[in-house]
Design a protein. Sequence first.
Length: 264
Amino acid sequence: MKSIFNRLVISQLFRSIIVLFILVGPFFIWKANGQATEGKIRYLMTHNWTKQMAAVEYLSKEQRDRVTYMWGNRAEWKEYSEMFFTPVRTRYQDSEERAEPDDNGYSWRMDVYDINRDFEKQTIYDRIQLLGKMYIIEDTLRPQQWKILNDIKEVAGHICMDAFWNDTLKQQKVTAWFAMDIPVSGGPERFCGLPGMILEVEINDGALLITADKIEMKTLTTEMVLPKKIKGKHIHEQDYFQVLKRHMDDRKKDEQPPFWGIRY
C-alpha cells in the first residue's frame, strides 16, 4: 500500500513539474531569443447542427429530433477562419479559403466579422454584421473569466493546456486549449485572455469545434491595417451583449433555435 502511495505521489509531482515547465518555460525561451512572435493561424471551424439543437434546452425533444432528421448526413458544416498576430495585437476574420468544396449552400454566411484585440492598450475594435446591421464595437478589453485546468494535449504541433468558461449569455460550455510557446493572449472568434495563444475551442461538447490546422510564423506587413472608411453603428461591448440577449429572448419566446440569425 505504501509503495502504491509513493508511486502516486511521484506521478503527481512529475505531472506538476511538466505543467510548471509548460507555463513558465516558453516565456524565458521567448525573452532569451529576443524574437518577435508574429504570423498567421488558420482555424478549421466545424459546426454540428444536431449537437447545437441538443443544447437548446427550451425546445422539445420532438423539435430537436425533427431537425436531426431534416439535416441527416449534412449535420456538419466546415469553414476556415484566420488570425494574424503580433506580440501585442491580433486580428481575426473569416477566410476566403473554402473548407467545403461547394460550401454546401452556406455561402450566405460570409458576413463581415473582423475582430481586433490590442493587448498593449487593452482595447477591442470589432466590426460585426449581426441580424442585418453593422456594428462597430469599441471598448476596453475584458477577457472571459477562464478557469485553467491541468489536462495536456497537442494541437497543430504545439503542447496545449485546457481552460473552461461558462457563457451564461448564450448558455454555452466552452473549453479552450492554449499554447504557452506562443505567448500571445489571443484566440479565435472573441475568445482571449489566457497565458498563451488559444489553438482550439470546443463549445457544448462539439456543437462547434474550432481547431488550428496551420500555423505560419512570419513577419506581417499590411495584415493588421484596418479599412479607412468603416460604416456601422458605434457601440460598447455591453450594448452588443444586449443585442444578443434580445435576439435570444425573442427566439426562446418563438420556440426557435437562437443560433439561426447569429454566428453560433
